[in-house]
Design a protein around this ligand. Sequence first.
Ligand code: NDP
Length: 242
Amino acid sequence: MSRVAVVTGGTRGIGAAISKALAADGYKVAAVYAGNDAAAEAFRAETGVSVYKWDVGDADACAEGLARVAADLGPVDILVNNAGITRDGMFHRMKFDQWREVMRTNLDSMFTMTRPLIDGMRERGFGRVINISSINGQKGQMGQANYSAAKAGVIGFTKALAQENAAKGVTVNCICPGYIDTDMVAAVPEEALKKIIATIPTGRLGKAEEVGDLVAFLASDKAAFFTGAVHTVNGGQYIGNG
Ligand code: NDP
């Protein structure tokens, strides 16, 4: 029987590419989104992937939503924590709401989505948790103190959870994409984007599919010895540890 995968933010951008890569490998995929019904419906119509709408920052909504996915598709063996947002601004001008919104969607979601699933993964002796962090969680980024802090938190969460669950057949990995050509990056002003691309040794933005393919590998049986790792997909823009 094919395994079930949940991909948060799975209907657009990097998440859509992840959902497609997992579906192509034969998984039953549930793609979670927040509010863009038109994009979700277009994605469902194009791919046949099941879509579910809930807010990953809301613990009760996650528990209820995940119970629905399990009832519809079966027990969840693979979780891709991909949903994320930015609320950029220099820290000396940042409002607490900008901080809180980013923490809620990008970091609280690690708890709200993973906690309801971890017991089942441990009991069944198999699980894959793949968390999408960011190059800016590794190196920090001016104008993104909130986002950099949340994404660095995702790396720490990954490393701790990996140690707790390795003996139970559950691997936990983190991917730090560099600048990938999605709506999130399209929101960066053109001149600023040109300057960013000039700092990428490969001379281009990444493709969402390049992240999707790595997730598909990490989800597979072949990746059983990969855990607690931080995988960079950034065209050589930042080469550092963790
Ligand atoms: P997009 O903005 O293109 O898509 C975001 C997705 O997340 C959408 O499906 C959106 O749903 C969903 N989402 C947002 N908030 C919530 C929420 N509260 N509950 C449920 N779903 C939510 O993002 P990207 O594809 O660019 O980014 C995906 C991940 O990769 C993020 O974690 C981001 O931080 C990270 N990343 C991206 C980089 C890039 O260059 N693009 C670089 C490094 C990291 P809806 O469609 O309903 O709005």
